[in-house]
Design a protein around this ligand. Sequence first.
Ligand code: NAD
Length: 274
Amino acid sequence: MTVPTIKLNDGREIPQLGFGVFQIEPGDTAEKVRAALDVGYRHIDTAQMYGNEEGVGKAIADSGIPRDELWITTKLNNDGHGRESAVSRLDESLTKLGLDHVDLYLIHWPRPKENRYVETWQGLEDAQKAGKALSIGVSNFQPGHLDRLAAETSTVPAINQIEFHPHLVQRELREYLQQHDIALEAWSPIGQGKGLLDAPELKEIAERVGKSAAQVVLRWHIQLGNIVFPKSNNPERIKENSEIFDFALSEDDIAAVEKLHTGERIGPDPDDFG
Ligand code: NAD
């Protein structure tokens, strides 16, 4: 499988497709990540919150795949905000993952009410300088949060990982990220499957192009330039979700997928959460 890469504002290149491990049981994680690595995924998205970094680490160690061929992301937990804590929490993650660095370390949520995300970001800058995280970024940040990082710190996040799927096409935020050269990672890219994938509009395109509705939605993200890491526990679907580089959607199909936008979120509003 040849996966395209997206060039980040720090000069590094991230594979546009990865495997997400949210809601995969800790005891099952090594097996599921191994299934993904076996069909060619080389990018894994985990988080301290998911409680399964050890399983990711075990799969990496057992695979024998050279470290520099893998892209591993983890995220700072919500109770770990603070400059020093951001670094010490990453040290704990590295121990669990069995690695000496991650490719990407993200602040999972901005927690604006706690209002420590600026100093937390300085902790991520420290971690990057120490070589513990090669790239650093944020997740669930709104333009106002990013404006503050730009005004008060010296590094622009390489990535913002946000909820983004056909029901939640975040046009304004996407435009902001493009203008500031921040890459967009789309979480819950297929809207967690439920409901969305039954849309007749998706079924029509899927039948016409000979792919599944999930593959159509993932291909839509790829053509928008988003980075995606769909999750599945099912080896057949893990493989299916990676078979999205041998077809293309027309401009009309892309527009039709975007029309499914309802504005409904799966997760919480980042301004209120935490
Ligand atoms: P997703 O959109 O990837 O959907 C996963 C679900 O869709 C599966 O549980 C399964 O029920 C279904 N599914 C998967 N493949 C399918 C297929 N081919 N056909 C039909 N149904 C299929 O949702 P997600 O897991 O929430 O998001 C993906 C990843 O994004 C997570 O694993 C995690 O890494 C990341 N994430 C990040 C945040 C954040 O706050 N930063 C929040 C949620 C998720």
